[in-house]
Design a protein around this ligand. Structure first.
Ligand SMILES: Cc1ncc(COP(=O)(O)O)c(C=O)c1O
Length: 416
C-alpha cells in the first residue's frame, strides 16, 4: 500500500472520506443532485443570485465585451475597467474609501494577514475562525494567539501579555459553521486600548446582515473602526472572488505587499461583471435580505417545533450538532433519500466530536419547503437516535415541474 492509499483507507475507516456529488444545471434552492431532484439546505447562495437572469446576462455580456480571461496579475497585465468599476461600487456599498478585489476569500485571507504582520508580531485569532484565516496566520510567520471563541476576557488577557508588540486581531463576523456573531464592539474597544489593528471577515454576513446586507460591521456602526473588512463574492453575491473594503492607504499597501494579489491572475471579467450585477440587485432589492431573515426565523421556529434546540432568533446558518461523523453522514443520507440535501460537516472543518449538519436558509426558499425540510430533518434525526418530536416523518415532495436539466449529466455521478 502506498502512503496515499494508506491515508485514503484511514480516512474511510474514520468516517472522514469525502466525495463530491454531481449537480446538473444551475445552483438554486432545488437542484438535480446525482440525478435526483432535491431541496438544497446547505448552499451559500443565500440570496438565490447565482442563477439570476440579470447576473447570467451580465456575465455573458462581459464575455462578449472583454473576453473570458484577465490574462494575469493586474500589476503586470493591467487593470481592467470591469475590475475598477466593481471595486468602486463595493467601496460605495460598504462605505469605505476603497475596495480591492482578490481571486477568492481564501486568497484574501492568506494574503492579508501575512501582509499586515511581521515575524515577532502577534495575531489574535478566534478559535472558530475559517480555515483560510488559520492558514493566513500560519503563513504570516507571526506568533498566533488563538483566543476562546468570542471570549473578550481571553483576548484581553492575550493582548496584555503581548504588550508592546505589533498586533492584529482577526475574526469572522458571522461564524461560518455556527451562524453566531463575533463581539465586534468589544474587539474594537480592546484594539483601541492595545493599539492593535482589526480585520473582520464578513464572508457570511455580506448580503445577509446589517443595513441592506452591508454586513455586521456596518450594523454595529464600526466601519471606520475596522482596518480591513473582507467580503466574498461567491456566497450571497452568487459569483466568485472576494474583496477587501478599507481606506485608500491600506488598499495601496495591499496592492504592493499581499502576495495573492501580486502573484495570482485577476478575477475573470465575466465573474467580476456578474458580481457587480448581483451587487446592483442587492442594492435595488433589500427585500431579499428581509426575506432571508423571515425565512431563517420560520425555519428555526419549525426546527424548534420538531424538538431541535435552536435559537429562534438566530441567523440563516443553523448547525444541528450530531457529535460523531457517522451520525452526521447517516442523517445526511436519510434526509437525501427524502429529497433534502443537508451536507454533513466533519473534521477538519469542525472539531472532532462536533460534527454536524450545517444548514443554511436561502431567500429563495419557499416557506412550505422550509417546513418540509424541518420535518424531514426531524425524521432523519430520529434515525440516528435523536429524539426530537418529529410528528409525521414527511417525505419532501419534488414539485410537479422540476427543472429537468439533464443535458450535462455525463454519467459521472461522483468522483469515487
Ligand atoms: C468565513 C470565510 N472566509 C473565507 C472563505 C473563503 O472564501 P472563498 O470561498 O471565496 O475562497 C469562506 C468560505 O467558505 C468563509 O466561510
Amino acid at each position: 500500500m502506498t502512503d496515499i492509499e494508506q491515508h485514503l483507507a484511514d480516512l474511510e475507516d474514520r468516517g472522514l472520506y469525502r466525495r463530491m456529488r454531481l449537480v446538473s444545471g444551475p445552483q438554486g434552492a432545488r437542484v438535480l443532485l446525482d440525478g435526483k431532484p432535491v431541496l438544497v439546505m446547505c448552499s451559500n447562495n443565500y440570496l438565490g443570485l447565482a442563477d439570476h437572469p440579470r447576473v447570467r446576462e451580465a456575465a455573458a455580456d462581459a464575455a462578449r465585451r472583454w473576453g473570458v480571461g484577465s490574462s494575469g496579475s493586474r500589476l503586470i497585465s493591467g487593470n481592467m475597467t470591469v475590475h475598477r468599476r466593481l471595486e468602486k461600487r463595493l467601496a460605495e456599498f460598504k462605505g469605505t474609501e476603497a475596495a480591492l478585489l482578490f481571486g477568492s476569500g481564501y486568497l484574501a485571507n492568506t494574503g492579508i494577514i501575512p501582509a499586515l504582520t511581521q515575524p515577532g508580531d502577534v495575531v489574535f485569532s478566534d478559535e472558530l475562525n475559517h480555515a483560510s484565516i488559520v492558514d493566513g496566520c500560519r503563513l504570516s510567520r507571526a506568533e498566533v494567539f488563538v483566543y476562546d471563541h468570542g471570549d473578550l476576557e481571553h483576548l484581553a488577557w492575550g493582548l496584555r501579555q503581548a504588550r508592546g508588540t505589533g498586533s492584529l486581531i482577526v475574526t469572522d463576523s458571522m461564524f461560518s459553521m455556527d451562524g453566531d456573531f463575533a463581539p465586534l464592539e468589544g474587539i474594537v474597544e480592546l484594539a483601541h486600548q492595545h493599539d492593535a489593528r482589526v480585520m473582520v471577515d464578513e464572508a457570511h454576513a455580506t448580503g445577509t446582515t446589517g443595513p441592506g446586507g452591508r454586513g455586521a460591521v456596518a450594523a454595529a456602526g464600526l466601519t471606520n473602526e475596522v482596518d480591513v473588512i473582507v467580503g466574498t463574492l461567491g456566497k450571497s453575491l452568487g459569483a466568485y472572488g472576494a474583496y477587501v473594503a478599507c481606506d485608500t492607504q491600506m488598499a495601496r499597501y495591499l496592492v504592493n505587499v499581499a502576495r495573492p494579489f501580486i502573484f495570482s491572475t485577476a478575477p475573470a471579467p465575466p465573474v467580476a461583471a456578474a458580481a457587480a450585477e448581483a451587487l446592483e440587485i442587492l442594492i435595488e432589492e433589500p427585500r431579499r435580505v428581509q426575506r432571508l431573515r423571515q425565512n431563517s426565523e420560520l425555519f428555526r421556529r419549525e426546527l424548534n417545533r420538531h424538538g431541535f434546540e435552536v435559537d429562534p432568533t438566530g441567523a440563516h446558518i443553523v448547525p444541528l450538532i450530531t457529535g460523531n461523523a457517522e451520525s452526521a453522514m447517516k442523517m445526511t443520507e436519510t434526509a437525501l433519500e427524502r429529497g433534502v440535501f443537508a451536507q454533513g460537516i466533519r473534521p477538519p472543518t469542525v472539531a472532532p466530536g462536533l460534527c454536524r449538519l450545517r444548514l443554511s436558509v436561502m431567500a429563495s426558499h419557499k416557506q412550505d419547503e422550509l417546513r418540509a425540510a424541518a420535518r424531514v430533518l426531524a425524521a432523519a434525526a430520529k434515525g440516528v437516535g435523536f429524539t426530537p418530536d418529529t410528528g409525521m416523518p414527511g417525505e419532501f415532495a419534488p414539485p410537479a415541474r422540476f427543472i429537468e436539466d439533464t443535458d450535462d449529466q455525463d454519467g459521472l455521478a461522483s468522483v469515487a
